[in-house]
Design a protein around this ligand. Structure first.
Ligand code: ATP
Ligand code: MG
Length: 392
């Protein structure tokens, strides 16, 4: 019996003229993601992509697992390939659906006939096949409203397909279809979630992280690299920039009033991020900020940070509660890494009484009392880049 995976496109089915570009991008993303698992032929027709495994030893549940994390997909399922012949469809279904139907109590049949040359119409397929399945599995009853199992029969161009599961896809748009943006990735809970949310909207992510040795440990950086690696499951390849930030932080400490440390530090982070973003064709920055979460995330503080930004800053967590952010971080499996204990550079020289309502002119005056430019340039020059790619 031959099994394939059917992939139903998500929102991009609505994109009219761009549809082909979106489809091509999604197909490319899928092929890259499953290539390490064996040989496949991927073809698309009628808003569905067929993943046809060419080797016998391919682990299809691993394929489903990987494809389930690719953005741009509404639903996917494993399906059994049949001849376009009603008897063959029924025979194959008995065997293919034996496990699920043996355990279920209620079912219904759902037929989709895109090949109008097939001699039976959809309602007829449902009726006839329902009857045959009842004969074969007499413990079952039909429930059209709320069945435990929906057996779907699809009559398409070259074959018919039967399946009983429908797995929800990751949704969103294919990564890369919305351009690239630079994610300020800390070791915390919020920023990996922010990156994931933007990748979901088709944004290809690059990541930037600031380290302050010896105040921050090497393990803190390794933790962020682990987060990057985890994100590649969803986001594809990620260029990771690591910025040496110690000298700038020490300069802030030596030359600026303590109550402004954090905001000035964040303004300099943004400055560096947008310079590196420009070199890597990123059109926006992304952070994990959420209004009111900490002193540097009040609206007044965010306004002071934004004042140095020349490109848009996306903050997809901005209106979310911590509990909601945590829920996503568990779902995308970054939570356990994020909650490892190592220090982040943000906690170095934290002011005892940070200003929650800073005024931009005070911040600018404090920052202008020292020429940070040479240190900014030096940090940009000494930034190291690594790439993370999808697991082999
Ligand atoms: P997170 O959970 O993402 O660390 P947070 O609630 O701890 O966020 P802050 O520490 O104020 O908040 O950081 C706000 C945002 O600034 C982070 O979400 C992240 O985008 C960015 N950021 C903070 N520290 C770093 C860092 N060391 N490297 C890169 N980006 C950082
Ligand atoms: Mg943090």
């Amino acid at each position: 019996m031959k099994e394939i995976i059917l992939v139903k496109y998500g929102e991009m089915a609505l994109k009219g003229l761009n549809k082909k570009t979106f489809e091509d991008m999604l197909t490319k993303n899928i092929k890259r993601r499953i290539k390490p698992l064996g040989r496949f032929v991927c073809t698309s027709a009628q808003s569905t992509l067929y993943i046809d495994p060419q080797d016998d030893d391919i682990d299809l549940s691993e394929v489903v697992d990987r494809v389930g994390k690719i953005f741009g997909i509404a639903a996917l399922c494993r399906a059994c390939v049949c001849e376009k012949d009603f008897e063959d469809i029924c025979e194959m279904s008995y065997e293919y659906l034996d496990d699920v139907l043996s355990c279920a109590k209620t079912f219904k049949v759902n037929a989709k006939r895109s090949d109008k040359a097939f001699p039976m119409k959809s309602p007829e397929i449902c009726m006839e096949m329902g009857g045959k399945l009842l004969d074969r599995f007499p413990h079952l009853t039909v429930d059209v409203k709320n069945p435990e199992v929906t057996v779907t029969v699809e009559i398409r161009d070259t074959n018919a397909y039967v399946h009983a599961e429908n797995i929800k896809g990751a949704g969103g748009l294919p990564v890369g279809s919305s351009g690239k943006a630079m994610l300020l990735l800390s070791g915390g809970i919020d920023s990996p979630v922010a990156g994931w949310m933007m990748a979901k909207r088709g944004v290809h992510i690059a990541a930037i992280h600031y380290v302050s040795p010896p105040y921050t440990s090497e393990r803190a950086q390794l933790k962020v690299e682990q987060l990057c690696e985890k994100l590649t499951d969803w986001c594809g390849g990620i260029a990771f920039y690591c910025v040496p930030y110690t000298e700038l932080q020490e300069a802030i400490k030596d030359h600026c009033p303590e109550e402004f440390f954090t905001i000035i530090m964040r303004r300099l982070m943004m400055e560096i991020a947008q310079r590196i973003a420009a070199k890597d064709n990123c059109l926006a920055l992304i952070t994990g900020e959420s209004v009111g979460q900490v002193a540097s995330q009040t609206m007044a503080a965010i306004a002071c940070t934004d004042a140095v930004c020349r490109i848009p800053v996306f903050r997809p967590c901005i209106g979310m509660d911590k509990t909601e952010i945590i829920e996503i971080s568990r779902k995308i499996d970054t939570f356990d890494i994020s909650t490892l204990p190592y220090e982040d550079c943000c906690t170095v020289f934290t002011p005892r009484h940070p200003k929650v309502r800073p005024r931009l002119e005070d911040i600018e005056k404090a920052q202008n009392s020292f020429d940070f430019e040479p240190l900014i340039q030096k940090a940009v020059e000494n930034t190291e880049m690594k790439t993370f790619d999808i697991a082999k």
